[in-house]
Write a protein that binds this ligand. Structure first.
Ligand code: HAM
Length: 423
């Protein structure tokens, strides 16, 4: 019997994990700099939360949820995204009664039953931020800047990404816009793809981001929301753009940008990977959702957030350059248990000074241990044999430059304490 990972899932290890760690470090840094606090919510929630929160007519709810009954016949769903859960937590824990806006972030697995392919998985990872309790357009720009900054910090080039922004208006202007779109498409239904045909009544905005070529051509000529947008939404959007200049985030206006989730109002945005083909080109996206807190049982609360696809960021980085393992020291030790115990003592002493260090546990020959040190990309080798053990000495070798020196163990300790090594 051979076991395999389920379709659309994968093990993350080796160089993937090294890049993953780099992204997670950048996430920790950027959330601290911008004052976002971490929140953990359950991996599964009541199914109704997502139906209500994400929207009954979305692809996610219609086709992609991992829904199951537990042993007490409760319908539960593995979270397909993080926003609905954060809003549920905001309402349930009455966070609206505290200092606002509250700025939260999460970083973890999400689940969607999608057609699995490169960059699209059934278990994937999102880093997301949600800022609840402020309608300030400066906050929209801050949120957009966090996603941009993350991409820049991890090493994506600025030419590789385009930040698309749009406004989807408030409830009122969106209703007017939907009518306009239905009117525009009325005599064109014959030429629409089957997906768009069914969407026209339920969710006409989604026709704008159809990837089908002829639907795309029609969408390009479709009326824009800016034909019907109300003054307050228009002013909000103009202000967001001015703040984006302050945050130094380059952007393109994209009147065809509508997002696949139903809760959005006002600002919508996506970070598109210029090198990616097809539909897996979004590094991330988000927008305002000023009606969602109320929809899920809380008081009227403006809010905005984003989610970045960590898998896609890692993929783009892996295509650039494979990262290398790295160790400060490798202890090469030849001899019986007594020698190994001395080698272990030296290794622990090195680690206690804050340097990474490892040794051989496989009974390898001297040569094989040196090769292993090289494979681990160790900077320095500490060589220990019977003689060294007896005299409490060691040979310190700089593996990059080839220089070496015999030291007393306590001399190495002093050098580590000073933070400067003789070779
Ligand atoms: P979303 O656009 O559905 O938004 O997902 C955000 C990002 O997650 C995508 O741009 C993509 O990078 C990644 N992603 C989505 N599905 C997959 C998949 N199957 N495989 C790999 N990566 C994927 C949201 O989820 C919203 N909750 C964002 C948000 C937060 N809006 C407001 N606050």
């Amino acid at each position: 019997m051979k076991y395999k990972v389920p379709r659309g899932t994968r093990d993350i290890l080796g160089s993937d994990m090294l890049v993953w760690n780099r992204v997670n470090d950048a996430i920790a840094k950027i959330t601290a700099l911008n004052n976002y606090q971490k929140i953990e919510t359950p991996i599964f929630e009541q199914t109704d939360l997502f139906k209500r929160g994400v929207g009954e007519n979305t692809d996610i709810v219609e086709k992609e949820m991992y829904t199951f009954e537990d042993k007490s016949q409760r319908s539960l769903t593995l979270r397909p995204e993080g926003t609905a859960s954060v809003v549920r937590a905001f309402v349930e824990n009455k966070l609206y009664g505290g200092r606002l806006p509250i700025k939260l972030f999460y970083n973890g697995p999400m689940f969607r039953y999608e057609k699995a392919q490169k960059g699209r998985y059934r278990q994937f990872y999102q880093f997301g931020i949600e800022a609840l309790g402020s309608g300030d357009p400066g906050l929209d720009a801050e949120v957009i800047s966090v996603g941009w900054q993350l991409l820049m910090d991890v090493g994506i080039d600025s030419e590789e990404v385009k930040v698309h922004i749009n406004s989807v208006g408030c409830k009122e202007c969106r209703e007017k816009y939907k009518e306009k779109l239905i009117e525009y498409y009325q005599d064109k239904t014959e030429s629409l793809c089957s997906n768009c045909k069914t969407r026209l009544d339920k969710n006409p905005l989604r026709l704008l981001d159809c990837k089908n070529e002829s639907c795309g051509a029609m969408a390009n000529k479709a009326p824009s929301i800016f034909d019907v947008i109300c003054t307050s939404c228009d002013e909000h959007f103009s202000s967001v753009k001015r703040y984006l200049e302050v945050f130094n985030v380059p952007y393109v206006l994209d009147k065809r940008l509508v997002r696949g989730l139903d809760y959005y109002t006002h600002t919508a945005f996506e970070y598109r990977n210029q090198k990616a083909t097809s539909t897996q080109d979004a590094f991330g996206g988000g927008g305002r959702y000023n009606g969602l807190v109320e929809e899920l049982g809380g008081p009227q609360t403006p809010a905005i957030g984003l989610a970045m696809g960590v898998d896609r960021i890692v993929l783009a980085l892996l295509e650039k350059q494979l990262p290398q393992e790295h160790l400060n020291f490798f202890v090469v030790s030849m001899g019986e248990e007594e020698v190994q115990r001395y080698a272990t003592e030296v290794m622990q002493m090195i680690r206690q000074h804050g340097y990474s260090c490892d040794k051989d546990y496989g009974g390898r020959s001297f040569k094989a241990q040196m090769r292993l040190a090289d494979k681990c990309n160790a900077e320095k080798a500490v060589i220990i044999g019977d003689e060294e053990m007896k005299n409490k000495t060691l040979t310190l070798k700089n593996l990059k430059e080839g220089k070496q020196e015999i030291l007393l163990e306590k001399q190495l300790k002093q050098q580590l304490e000073r933070g400067s090594l003789s070779v």
